[in-house]
Structure formats: C-alpha cells, structure tokens
Ligand binder design. Structure first.
Ligand code: TPP
Ligand code: MG
Length: 321
C-alpha cells in the first residue's frame, strides 16, 4: 500500500507540473505513507473518515480507485466528485470518505456527527479524523474531542505530525510537545506511534480503533517528516539541507523493506516486481485522468444543492426589483 501511495503521488506531482491538475495547490504526503497505510488498513469496512488537505494516501488506503482519484485531481468528469472537488475536497460516501477539507481542523467535527449517528443507530463503526500538527492549535479540535469523549462516541482522532505547518516548525507553534497528553486531559485513550514504522502504527491504531468502537474515544499521534515543501511550489527555504537529508532517511517504505528483506519475508526480486506493479497501475491512472474529458460547462451548478432543495430565488426577484 505504501509503495502504491508513493507511486500515485509521484504522478500527481507530475500532473501538476504539466498543468493538468485542477486548482493551484497540491500537497504531497511523501514520508507519511506509514501513517496513511498503518491506520487506513486497521480500519474496517463501513468505518468513515475525514482528512486534511494532505489526504491522498489515506483515501488510497481506504480503497479508493486510483483512476477516479487521479481524474478528480485533474478536474475531470470521471473523478470522484465529477472534477469539482479536486485534491483538497475529494469525498466519496460509499467508501466512507466524508470529505477532505482545506480549512485546518475543518474536517474534524464531521466525525463527531458520524460517530453520534453510529451510536444512535447501534452501528459498530468508528469515524476517524485525520489532521496535521497544525490542527493541534485549533480550538475546533478541543470542542470535538470534548463532546466525543463526553458522549463516549466511537470516534478516533489521528494527528499526523510531520513537524511543520507550512513554514513553521511544530516547536515554534505548539506550547507543549506531547499531543497524547492533551488528548488524555479530555478523557480520551491516547498513544504516540513512530510513523517510520508502519507496523507499529498499524498495531497501535488497531488497539485505539477497537477502543473507540467500544465507546472509548481515542487519539493517536503519528510522528513523521514531511519530505518536501508544504505544497508543490514550496522549496522549503526555512529548512536546512542537513535537516531534510536526515528527515528523508525516516522513510517508512525503505524501513519496512529493510526489515522484511532481513527477515526473509521479501526478496529483492519480489520488491522490484512490487514496485513495477505499482508504477504500472499508477501510470495507467495518470493516463486515464489525462485522457478523460473535462466536465461540461453547464454542469457547473449541478451537485451544489440536493435535488430536492428548492431553487434559490434570485435577489432581484426576491426584493421585487
Ligand atoms: C483555519 C486555517 N488557517 C490557515 C490555513 C492556511 N494553511 C493551509 S495548510 C496550513 C498548515 C497546516 O499544517 P498541518 O496541519 O500540520 O498539516 P500539513 O500541511 O503539515 O499536512 C495552513 C496554516 C488554513 N487553510 N486554514
Ligand atoms: Mg504538519
């Protein structure tokens, strides 16, 4: 899964540089694959989630079709949101994706609502909010954690701490460094996982997801390093080359490959074949997206309101002008 995510995002980056992506911003999650795959694969069918603006990997780990995802990022009709959501507002209810969100912390409260519905309907599902370290300084997170824990909701909060919020290092923005301690203060079960080790993330996420399923609202911080700039255009001049080189050594894919090769559970040939398979799959997704038609101009106002919503009355008419 991590190899597929990396391969997908390499092509998304290319899509952007070729001018084939919709919108002017693109956030890649290289270095964070351990978080996405670790938690995503620990979740169960029917569980839902929201993501921040760096959520490609999370959606892939929850079963997204790379063709439809790439098409969405390229703004094509065949995309998950008919090309109107793009990278930062992708959603798909059938896979439990309640929406990526460009507002830092913006997607967090939706999981409290989803978790409340599971509890009310007696469904054994969990709703998971994925967000960055930047959202740890947003009030909305604390309102959401408080209400979820107070009502013993099956919600889990996952902070992917990649050490930066745009150009600001976490120790320049956060008064305390232990995020699980903050969550525990609100009565949540909480833990910290090392994002370089996807198996550790997966194991800890599994425990906390099942706790949440039983009504013990939970929180997981995953520490990792954002390999590249905040967005595709950011060359991160605020970080030293030494720091970046050290950070990129914390590569969850290389880490797991090394462990599996040493244990004999993976051969060099199998690893090469796995890389090739992922690249072929994602090359095809890129081709699919680039060749897919754009939405018709007239569809611009479709999917804005539910079909049963009465059409808005134009101001001039409403004011009898
Ligand atoms: C409420 C709000 N404030 C500011 C921004 C501008 N902004 C976009 S991404 C970002 C940094 C987010 O950092 P983090 O939450 O750590 O996520 P990361 O980009 O590291 O994945 C900021 C400040 C925003 N989108 N929303
Ligand atoms: Mg961050």
């Amino acid at each position: 899964m991590m190899v597929r995510i990396r391969s997908f995002e390499e092509r998304v980056g290319e899509l952007f540089l070729k001018g084939n992506s919709a919108g002017t911003m693109l956030h890649l999650s290289m270095g964070e694959e351990g978080a996405a795959a670790g938690v995503g694969l620990a979740m169960r069918e029917g569980d839902s989630f929201t993501t921040h603006h760096r959520g490609h990997g999370i959606f892939l780990a929850r079963g997204a079709d790379p063709n439809r995802m790439m098409a969405e990022i390229a703004g094509r009709e065949a995309g998950y949101c008919r090309g109107k959501g793009g990278s930062m507002h992708i959603a798909d209810m059938s896979l439990g994706h309640l929406g990526a969100n460009a507002i830092v912390g913006g997607g967090i409260p939706a999981v409290v609502g989803a978790a409340l519905s599971y509890k009310t309907l007696g469904k054994k599902n969990v709703s998971v909010a994925f967000f960055g370290d930047g959202a740890m300084q947003q009030g909305i997170l604390y309102e959401a954690m408080n209400l979820a824990a107070l009502w013993n909701l099956p919600a889990m909060f996952v902070c992917i701490n990649n050490q930066y919020g745009m150009g600001t290092r976490v120790d320049h923005s956060s008064s305390s460094k232990s995020f699980p301690v903050r969550a525990k203060a609100f009565g949540l079960e909480a833990d910290l996982a090392d994002g370089v080790d996807a198996e550790e993330v997966n194991a800890k996420a599994g425990v906390l997801l099942e706790a949440a399923r039983d009504g013990h609202t939970s929180f997981l911080e995953i520490s990792c390093y954002r390999f590249y700039g905040h967005a595709r255009k950011d060359k991160s001049p605020y970080r030293s080359e030494e720091e970046e080189a050290a950070g990129r050594k914390r590569d969850p894919i290389a880490f797991l490959a090394k462990r599996m090769l040493a244990a004999g559970s993976l051969s060099d040939e199998a690893l090469a074949a796995l890389n090739q398979r992922a690249d072929a799959e994602m090359d095809a997704a890129q081709r699919f997206a680039e060749e897919a038609p754009l939405p018709a101009l007239g569809s611009m106002f479709e999917d804005v309101y539910h079909p049963s919503t009465p059409k808005p009355i134009p101001n001039a008419e409403r004011l009898s002008l």
